[in-house]
Design a protein around this ligand. Sequence first.
Ligand code: MN
Length: 392
Amino acid sequence: MKPVRFIHTADIHLETGFSGAGLPSRLGGRKREAVRAAFRDILDAARREKADFVLVAGDLFELGRVTPDTVEFLKQQFASLAPVRVFVAPGNHDPFIKGSPYKDDPWPGNVHVFGKEEFQSVELPEAGVRVTGFGYARPFFDGRLFQKLPALPDDLCNIVVAHASDMGRVPEGKSAQGPFEVGELAGKNIRYCALGHYHRQRRLQVPDAGVEAWYAGVPEGSGWDEEGPGGYLFCEVGDGGVRVQGRVCSRFDLHSVEIGCDGFSTREQVVEALLRHRGAELQPNHILRVRLTGTPEASLDLAFAELDERLAGECLYIRWEDRLLPALDFEAIAGEKTLRGEFARFLGECIADCDASGGGGGTAESPFRREVLERARRYGLDALSGREVRLR
Ligand SMILES: [Mn+2]
């Protein structure tokens, strides 16, 4: 057969908000623009490399946030791709419901949106391909459609596209929408299964050597659980098998760094430690989360505005996380005949009680309660000592 070449993308989340990642609003605008740029890159690749079609495995946009501008942007982009076909399988963020631009707007003729909660097929005889997919018709869909999918006719090369959850590996905090077991992809004449919903690019282990199944991953990471470069997949199915190529298209990647500050006495040492990550996590187009740990000398002053100024140009933004343990001598303070001493004694006893109950079959809340008490002691002693009280 003539090789079939196509792009698999998913979870683009055009117009998403970034406040959940604790990023300032000026970065939200840059990230949203980067998501659009990444999406343009994906379609450019389809044009340049003469792909036969493009698969979007759901969450192309967020229904609650999508603007008329973004809808027109999508129509223009897709129309300019013609005659290359685009197949969209709506997911939980862009369900095919009343009020959705999928349903209410006319789309260019080369775009097919799977608008039913049942598998349907579109045949492309000239390419020798059958694309089979379904879409969500509600914002939460837990139907097990793969269970009911019969074996597809093997006269054409079968490509399946869906927004769905591999129940064998649900990422932490992810809702199980469109659940399936990898075994349900086996023995059905599927050559390639294009999945969306999980945001990390990953190949699935299907107990059928003939099936290649992937999550495409996000083109541009939007949170701290989506660190590193984002991208899409370029696929080629031929007689020799399926070749899947991961490609990067992200602009502003998120990265985390931990800096152990044991014995640090100046913020210069924090800067030096961070600069050692230059060229890796620390790059001008990266957004960093820097977690400071350990026990520094009392002289260390984490003046974040000054640190940001010192590191301007090294990266796009730093979200500082102060997890330093105080070099305070709680016992000595608790011996003082002062309000500060009384406070330190009281919190010290609360923490000791917490340890006693936690060690002796305590409740599940004990470790959390201990952390709260430790923070309370730290904040309180900062306040009672006339120091700046800095949330950590
Ligand atoms: Mn989703």
